[in-house]
Ligand binder design. Structure first.
Ligand code: ATP
Ligand code: RIB
Length: 308
């Protein structure tokens, strides 16, 4: 990584999450009466930026909001977390991102997203803020903004020695462009995302999928495996870092917390296995609470859990 800088730049989405907790997921055509409604700040990019900031990292968020009430709430919410939001643009005449989320009694979720302004974050917007990206130690991204924007930012960062971390979420409908993957240092998919990227079934073992990605140019692959933890794959070796045992209430933003935490630990100069353990611990706290950003722990909470 670019050891000159402790800055972590997060390029990605922000959403307002409309959440209904229900006993079980509705089937197509069915209505399930829900118990509770919550409106929370979310979006994978913003969640990861909040995780970085709460866990003690130096966070800069690059994104796009609409010129509506949700956009201004997002901006002030993120600024209130100590995140630098001077690189967040406003798309005129456009709605901010919104996610509709169902959470069932086991804490599992299903999410549909109206991207709104997130879909308007263009490579030219990245070019306009290139200074903050090339001056970072780590660039962290997801796939809720256009893939060509992600690819542009990855290329720019990589060519300046910035460590590029990609969480390919949500799972892409198509295989990812090879020129994007070539510029990624650390790829962090969950099972579904690994399956989509590799084209191999990941419902059981992920071995075949991991092997198939050996030649794509990504230095380190970290596969998140929910309650099983995360698998580190690098230099032909694999190491499973087990999850912490908790009773899940709502898994929303578990992956986001994991990615943010991993980047904070790397920015502190910790090795990848310690960074993954830190990610597992932070994410295990997130799954015990409702909501996305509401659920992400502070550094003090993670340190306290580590000492138990
Ligand atoms: P989500 O989309 O629900 O935010 P994800 O599908 O992107 O999550 P997962 O692999 O489910 O990612 O979870 C990410 C990390 O969160 C795991 O690697 C693990 O550290 C932690 N985690 C998730 N579920 C649990 C659980 N039930 N118990 C403990 N830790 C968990
Ligand atoms: O990863 C969780 C996030 O996915 C939610 O906050 C929702 O906004 C969707 O983007």
């Amino acid at each position: 990584m670019n050891t000159k800088s402790n800055k972590i730049v997060i390029v990605g989405s922000s959403n307002t999450d409309m959440v209904v907790r229900c006993t079980r997921m509705p089937r197509p055509g069915e209505t399930v009466l829900g118990g509770e409604f919550m409106m929370n700040p979310g979006g994978k990019g913003a969640n990861q930026a909040v995780a970085v900031a709460r866990l003690g990292g130096n966070a800069f968020f690059v994104g796009m909001v609409g010129d509506d009430i949700f956009g201004s709430q997002t901006r002030s919410q993120l600024a209130g977390e100590g995140i630098d939001v001077s690189f967040v643009g406003t798309a005129a005449g456009c709605a901010s991102g919104v996610a509709l989320i169902n959470v069932d009694a086991e804490g599992e979720n299903s999410i549909s997203v109206a991207s709104g302004a997130n879909a308007r974050l263009m490579p030219s917007d990245i070019e306009a803020v290139s200074g903050v990206i090339v001056g970072a130690g780590i660039l962290l991204m997801q796939l809720e903004v256009p893939v060509e924007t992600v690819a542009y930012a990855a290329r720019l960062a990589k060519s300046h020695g910035v460590t590029v971390v990609l969480n390919p979420a949500p799972a892409p409908a198509d295989t990812l462009p090879p020129e994007l993957l070539e510029n990624v240092d650390i790829l962090i998919p969950n099972r579904t995302e690994l399956e989509m990227i590799s084209g191999h079934d990941c419902s059981g073992s992920v071995d075949e999928a991991v092997e198939s990605l050996a030649g794509i140019g990504v230095g380190t692959l970290v596969v998140t495996l929910g309650s099983k933890g995360a698998l580190i794959c690098r230099n032909g070796e694999r190491r499973l870092m087990p999850a912490f045992k908790v009773k899940p209430v709502d898994t929303t933003a578990a992956g986001d917390t994991f990615c943010g935490a991993l980047c904070v630990a790397l920015a502190e100069g910790r090795p990848i296995d310690e960074a993954v353990t830190f990610g597992n611990l932070a994410a295990s706290i997130t799954v015990t609470r409702a909501g996305a950003q509401n659920a992400i722990p502070t550094r003090a909470e993670v340190d306290r859990a580590a000492s138990l």
